[in-house]
Design a protein. Structure first.
Length: 180
């Protein structure tokens, strides 16, 4: 593994790598359902708990704080909705990896009755390596959320992508791989 990493970095000076701006998460996906259905899936915890978190203290409403839980990871976080524009946009603030970050969903209805959902997360803090790790993890996570939403709304299938991302017992194995 270490040999493979050296080959990938051959010719790249680690001393010259630097960020010129704070990176942000950006991902998106077409969901083959009307915008009202897709929007509702993110504000209504009865739906969201079928593809993302496992519990919520309530529906997303502007200015209201709710708590989202991922029971499989023993994580609970406060989420405050900064803006809810029905069928158009959701903006929340939540505790990111190193501090508060802002997540924005934009819902773009398409002429054929489908919806393109874009998700961005901004406000990451830390040094270059921390920023890259945070943005990479966030992009991966939100991509899994969108894939889970797509399967649920289009095919009524619960893929359990978020729950299966870090199954118990694999954490130590992944750490060993990164350090070899």
């Amino acid at each position: 593994m270490a040999e493979q990493q050296r080959k990938l970095l051959k010719g790249v000076s680690m001393d010259n790598l630097q960020l010129t701006h704070v990176p942000m998460t950006k991902t998106g996906m077409l969901i083959r359902k009307p915008v009202a259905d897709v929007f509702e899936a993110f504000v209504n915890p009865d739906i969201t708990t079928q593809f993302w978190f496992t519990k919520s203290s309530g529906r997303l409403e502007t200015g209201k704080q709710v708590h989202w839980e991922w029971e499989m990871y023993d994580i609970s976080i406060p989420v405050t909705a900064q803006a809810i524009e029905p069928n158009t946009r959701i903006v929340i603030e939540w505790p990111g990896y190193r501090g508060l970050t802002t997540v924005e969903w934009v819902f773009a209805p398409q002429p054929d009755g489908t919806t393109f959902v874009s998700i961005t997360e901004t406000g990451f803090t830390g040094d270059g390596d921390d920023l890259v790790q945070q943005v990479t993890a966030s992009t991966q996570g939100f991509t899994l959320v969108l894939a889970g939403l797509k399967a649920l709304l289009e095919h009524n299938i619960r893929l359990n992508l978020v729950a299966d991302r870090y199954p118990k017992g694999l954490e130590a194995h992944e750490r060993e791989e990164r350090h070899s």
